[in-house]
Design a protein around this ligand. Sequence first.
Ligand code: ADP
Ligand code: MG
Length: 363
Amino acid sequence: MTAVLHPHPAAALAAPSRPLAAPAFLRRIWRPATDLAVDLGTANTLVVVQGEGLVLDEPTVAAVGPGGEVLGAGLDAKRMIGRAPAGVRVIRPLKDGVIADFSVAEQLLRTFLRRVLDRHLIRMKPSVLVCVPSCITDVERRAVRDAARSAGAKRLRTVDEPVAAAIGAGLPVNEPSGSLVVDVGGGTTDVAVLSLGSVVCDASIRTGGDAMDQAIVQFLRKHYNLLVGDATAERVKLALGSAAPFEVEQTLPVRGRDLISGLPRTVTVESVGVRDAMHEPVQRIVNAVRRVLEATPPELSRDLVDRGIVLTGGGAMIRGLDALLTYETGLPVRVDLDPLTSVVRGTGMILGEPGRWADVLAA
Ligand code: ADP
Ligand code: MG
């Protein structure tokens, strides 16, 4: 079931908020980028520059040399996963939703911020708004702050990720009525009920798209004696992954290494098997949503019957996840129009109207 819950603020990524006479490319070069919104996700990092829109969208992946120095960042590094030369490690420094490798995270963030700022002739230290998972500890929050500061930020503020996701998805977060947002990222899934600009109850689990990729690696190994890397498993998930049956089930040829002969082999994988393999991580997400619903105060629960659930994050695009959640909760479920950018769009909207969103900003 799909419910249209609120108009979609697609305009957040569109043209500058203040019309200027100069053409866009001149404006970009001359006008310094002073306000940045950053979604430092476990899988992808996105940056919105106030007045310009989305300017960076790269995997949160670094290729690290023997001395710990970052040799490649983003897409270039992701292409090296499973294929890096000796001495080079390909690292995802935010594997479980928080900074697991501080030095690499900081260098990666610095590389990305530099890429954004180098597009301008006039450079200033920007003021940065970063969103962080709501389950983050004070120590972890400080790590994000320190990374951004040493990456060149002048002023750093943070905002809870579910709040940013909900704003990006067009939910009336500032109103005294409940909204439920489920953000399925790479390393984590965040479920939160929001009212009056803050999180009323939430759950954050370290299960997201990565756990599904791992489940597919195990499935191929067990059922086909086929060894594949994470990148291949992700491709299988994108092509065949689902949380509910298809009208017509599908197949896909998958290449890997035969566990017995040690030689390359291609097998034909069926969508039914992939769905079974993903069942456990998908069920953990469903259970997290149920737990949050059970803990929601009754008045806000009532609002959710009409408003339903909004799904954001890349994992929101798993086919049938919306239908499964509707089946399990009885609530209408809507997938945000562009779930990979909901969080950064919301963060950008907070930057654009700081007065309106003052309550959602952490100090
Ligand atoms: P994060 O916020 O943790 O960086 P994202 O919101 O960027 O995560 O989502 C990344 C996850 O979404 C990855 O696990 C990726 O495989 C998954 N993903 C991206 N597109 C799709 C899709 N079309 N179907 C299913 N999963 C997807
Ligand atoms: Mg995210």
